[in-house]
Design a protein around this ligand. Sequence first.
Ligand code: C2E
Ligand code: MG
Ligand code: MG
Ligand code: MG
Length: 284
Amino acid sequence: KSKARHKGDVLFFDDSINARVLYDFTLEEQLRLALENNELSVVYQPQIDVLSGRIHGIEALCRWHNKELSHVSPIDFIAVAENIGMIHDIGWFVIKQACSDFKTLTASVPLPISLSINLSPKQLLQTNFAENITNEIRSSGIDTHNVTLEITENVLISDIIGVSPILEELRKRGFKLSLDDFGTGYSSLSYLSNLPINEIKIDRSFIDKLLTSRESESLVKAIIAIGQSCNMQIVAEGVETQEQYKRLSQYHCDIVQGYYFDKPLSINELSQKYMAIDKTSAQP
Ligand code: C2E
Ligand code: MG
Ligand code: MG
Ligand code: MG
């Protein structure tokens, strides 16, 4: 029962659902033009090695700033991009930009760090994806062994049959594979042991409640134990406080990432903070 009223030639709806539809429409329309209008960029969030306190790697995260819509969260625009088929162009943009930035970064100071890139399942299932991404990485002068591909747990489980041969192929080509947002899906441990996964990223929601919920605490401990026994690296995402960091360090979590250390940074901010002095410790 939305009430529409005319104002000039434009139809206004009071209903918030209609406002939402209009917003989604605008977002879709603007997203189609985002690449050619140079509205997309990539920022990098450092990942810290718990034992040494130094930078272990960086995760590339896509950003979209549009004149009309201002900053749009990747959670929203990646989903739209998947629906309208823009995820391929956007995905390759992120891969190319991240490679070029990573190359610049590691050329100035040769620190042995890794580059993590988020992938949508639609990208993985693209014809010849493993071959194409290998060519792209190598032609940028980067070794695939230094690149980690992040795939969210839910996605993997929903199309395990389609996705696992591609994961195998990516592993053969040297990439590392990371299971993102772990704990939010329903993957069984038997699945996990059959997949060529190198790394598990514990979902932020469990780190959030680490010090206040016994359940989250047990879950985090259990995931770290699984990682150790399966020879997987464990990353905690969304670490915001020193207390969380201390606790994760007591549990022997391998890598931490979050606002307590850094927000996602532009490539210039990143190189200033971490690469200027080779001896820089990543501890805040
Ligand atoms: P993700 O891969 O799990 O990335 C972690 C998200 O948590 C990022 O949000 C990051 O900025 C945020 N974050 C990091 N540390 C903290 C913290 O301490 N506290 C809080 N509250 N948040 C923290 P962002 O950049 O908004 O990205 C959201 C999601 O969008 C990503 O989740 C990823 O699934 C997706 N995404 C981002 N860039 C890309 C991309 O290039 N390709 C694809 N396919 N997905 C992307
Ligand atoms: Mg990620
Ligand atoms: Mg994540
Ligand atoms: Mg997450």
